[in-house]
Design a protein around this ligand. Structure first.
Ligand code: BG6
Ligand code: MG
Length: 211
């Protein structure tokens, strides 16, 4: 069996928190007075909070101080956390949970590889806080995707070499990070439109055909 571990991105793969990132950034973009739509939002997938703000500010004519940037980031995170507070076990799609359980039954290790500093809180909200064999997230990395660091740390935490890991991603930056980590990648959702991954999944349970 080639894959001894699967490393899942969180936002937009395990749960639909990518939607909440969009809603929170949209409010901030409105406050700044810059254009923001789904295509700008797709560029924010997988990248850190600070880099996301820099991408949004590309449309802004003028200079923004570091203090103001910190202010926008903390406002965005407060809006986002407020949306996360409303999450519950109902936000874990039964197809996702059943598929994860079936992967576990095959003896394959599972980890999270996410740029988010809110990872642990989200996992708790959807009842997966003790589920994964390892969690590599925005709190243990210096560089976010497309840098491979988050996935390499996850494979290290698991004790499984990169060549035996499969990454599941919805972000272009995340697919690029998997390639840079020399890991195979299955794209899902938004990620399938780039045709950069080894597999393009129609749905989450499609993973079972690969593993
Ligand atoms: C990633 C999201 O999972 O986490 C990005 O795809 C987000 O959109 C990044 O910017 C950082 O998230 P957080 O929760 O630390 O602001
Ligand atoms: Mg994602």
């Amino acid at each position: 069996m080639k894959y001894k571990a699967v490393i899942f991105d969180l936002d937009g793969v395990i749960c639909s928190t990518d939607r909440y990132h969009y809603l929170a950034w949209k409010k901030i973009a409105e406050e700044i007075g810059v254009y923001f739509d789904e295509s700008v939002n797709n560029r924010l997938r997988g990248v850190s909070r600070a880099e996301s703000l820099d991408i949004i500010l590309e449309a802004y004519n003028g200079k923004v101080s570091d203090e103001k940037k910190r202010d926008y980031m903390s406002k965005k995170n407060a809006l986002y956390r407020h949306l996360l507070e409303g999450m519950s076990l109902n936000d874990l799609d039964p197809e996702v949970k059943t598929t994860l359980d079936q992967i576990r039954a095959k003896g394959i290790k599972m980890a999270i590889g996410s740029s988010s500093k809110n990872t642990k809180y989200i996992l708790k909200q959807i009842g997966l806080d003790d589920y994964f064999d390892a969690v590599s997230d925005g709190n243990n990395i210096m560089r976010s995707k497309p840098d491979p660091e988050v996935f390499l740390k996850a494979s290290n935490f698991l004790g499984i070499s990169p060549g035996n890991c499969l990454v599941v991603e919805d972000a272009k930056s995340g697919i690029e990070a998997a390639i840079a980590a020399k890991m195979d990648c299955a794209a899902i959702g938004n990620g399938t439109k780039y045709h950069l991954a080894n597999y393009d999944l129609e749905n989450f349970s499609g993973l079972l055909d690969i593993l």
